[in-house]
Design a protein around this ligand. Structure first.
Ligand SMILES: [Zn+2]
Length: 506
């Protein structure tokens, strides 16, 4: 995600930090955890989804195949269903448009059986313990398959999971609404809470095959590759950590290829349609080009760039193979904001490298994907004199020059040690010291951490570090420890150790 508060307006960030450094606090230790392949592993998800645009509801049948890679027999498994947490959040925070929303898992059964399995709901119903019963237990090395039926209302909300109604039609963002197997480490289930400011999604890779039914007038964008005939979209997506769909009846698409990747650039039938379409096309082209050259290859064959109507100051949201970008200001706004569009979209595309390819535990160590992505957005894309930069400079007088981007980066570096004193990157939101807001560590301090390392190592060595780190951990999961050890391999100097000690809590 692009941080809502500080996607662009660093002034707001600095003001926030000023307030925060006036506070004193104690930090609690964050336990490191080791990466392991001894886990209960989700292999595949087969989903049949039906969108009802009259009642704004979604029916889901999800078949989950998993493998027991632990040493003991699995008798119970944990599922995550974030819909109760999302709907609860929306009824509280977007209460005017969201009353009495309902969601329910109607059944969980074993493959080929109609007998309902016993369920125990925990963590505000976001964690569902499924008792597989005597016939469902899975021995070490064996696989199991369950079928989940769920029906949920779709909230009236712009981002993540929701619909919006405009004069032109309706737009549905469908994510955070599909049940999945909880992440598992050494046989222990990881049940991070739903967290609306940031993310707490699965890091596990699995293959998805999906059938999505919607009225024929709807254009459908989805993670992976898809084809739509007569309102039925068939989707295939392998090796992904999360899945998303956007369906809209006033959206069109334009496809092109860059570095061998097919980009589907969707656009809304809005006020600045032509400029939006051209800007997003050029930003996507340039971003894919520089990230491929300076980091490594994009992990999938296709990327969907999809507009949502997020409103003021919200950048976008990343999913594997699909990014939601903010089309609000160009759809109906009186002041189209190409600056935010450029920052937001180049950021979300960056997440394809850090989040979709190199995975991490978002809730506990969100600094990894957000920090590296912010670096990609500001240092790699933000300083690139490409087609998008030239075009947006022409159509937007406020769009900053590369020279001013460099100057603001250097200004931030000058005050980083003062601004981020006692802000540690590897502290989860539920362990924050009093007064710390989400984003300050995850986006800003982490960006400075990487910038300080770049200065300490030198551009060339740091550039090689990024490439090698990506090559080694692409389609794997990393922890703070993995990152730190890899940095030390490149530069074991006292200066670099000092940077690590300043930003990373032991
Ligand atoms: Zn982000």
């Amino acid at each position: 995600m692009t941080n809502k508060l500080i996607s662009k307006k660093t002034i707001i960030a600095i003001a926030l930090i000023a307030v925060m450094i006036c506070c004193l606090w104690l930090l609690t230790p964050e336990r490191a955890y080791a990466a392991s392949s001894k886990k209960v592993d989700a292999l595949s998800y087969k989903m049949t989804l039906t969108l009802d645009t009259k009642s704004n509801s979604l029916s889901e049948i999800v078949t989950i195949k998993f493998k027991n890679n632990t040493d003991s027999t699995v008798r119970k498994i944990y599922l995550r269903d974030m819909t109760p947490a999302v709907l609860k959040y929306d009824m509280k925070n977007y209460s005017e448009d969201n009353k009495d929303l309902k969601t329910k898992i109607t059944s969980v059964t074993l493959k080929g059986s109609t007998k309902k399995l016993g369920l125990t709901f925990k963590k505000g119903r976001s964690a569902v313990l499924v008792d597989l019963g005597a016939s469902g237990q899975v021995k070490p090395g064996a696989t199991g398959t369950i079928k989940v039926k769920l029906k949920t209302d779709i909230p009236n909300r712009a981002d993540r999971f929701g619909y919006q109604k405009t004069k032109k039609g309706k737009l549905y963002a469908l994510s955070f609404c599909f049940p999945y197997l909880a992440d598992n480490l050494n046989g222990s289930w990881q049940l991070d809470p739903f967290f609306d400011d940031g993310e707490s999604r699965s890091w596990d890779l699995a293959d998805y095959s999906v059938t999505f039914k919607a009225p024929k007038s709807y254009k459908v964008a989805a993670t992976g590759t898809s084809t739509t005939t007569e309102g039925k979209t068939t989707i295939k997506a392998d090796d992904i950590r999360d899945f998303a769909i956007v369906a809209c009846n006033f959206m069109a698409k334009d496809s092109f290829t860059v570095k061998g990747i097919k980009v589907n650039n969707y656009y809304l039938d809005g006020k600045y349609k032509t400029k939006y379409r051209k800007a997003t096309k050029l930003i996507s082209k340039d971003a894919i080009k520089v990230y491929t050259e300076q980091i490594g290859e994009y992990p999938y064959d296709e990327l969907d760039v999809v507009p949502c109507l997020f409103g003021f100051s919200f950048g976008g949201m990343e999913y594997p193979g699909l990014v939601m970008t903010n089309g609000s200001s160009t759809f109906s706004g009186s002041l189209p904001d190409y600056w935010s569009l450029s920052d937001g979209l180049s950021h979300e595309i960056g997440h394809q490298w850090f989040y979709a390819a190199v995975g991490n535990r978002e809730y506990r160590e969100g600094w990894i994907d957000e920090g590296f992505t912010t670096y990609l957005e500001r240092q790699i894309y933000g300083l690139y004199n490409g087609e998008a930069y030239k075009y947006i400079r022409q159509i937007d007088d406020l769009f900053p020059t590369i020279k001013s981007n460099k100057a603001s980066r250097d200004e931030l570096l000058k005050t980083a040690r003062k601004d981020y004193k006692n802000i540690y990157l590897n502290v989860a939101p539920n362990k924050y010291p009093k007064g710390q807001e989400y984003g300050v560590a995850e986006y800003e301090a982490s960006y400075m951490f990487l910038q300080e390392l770049r200065v300490s190592m030198g551009d060339e060595k740091f550039g090689q570090f990024l490439k090698d780190f990506y090559a080694k951990y692409k389609m794997k999961r990393v922890t703070t420890k993995t990152v730190v050890n890899f940095i030390k391999k490149y530069d074991n100097s006292k200066k670099t150790q000092g940077i690590i000690d300043f930003y990373i809590k032991k």
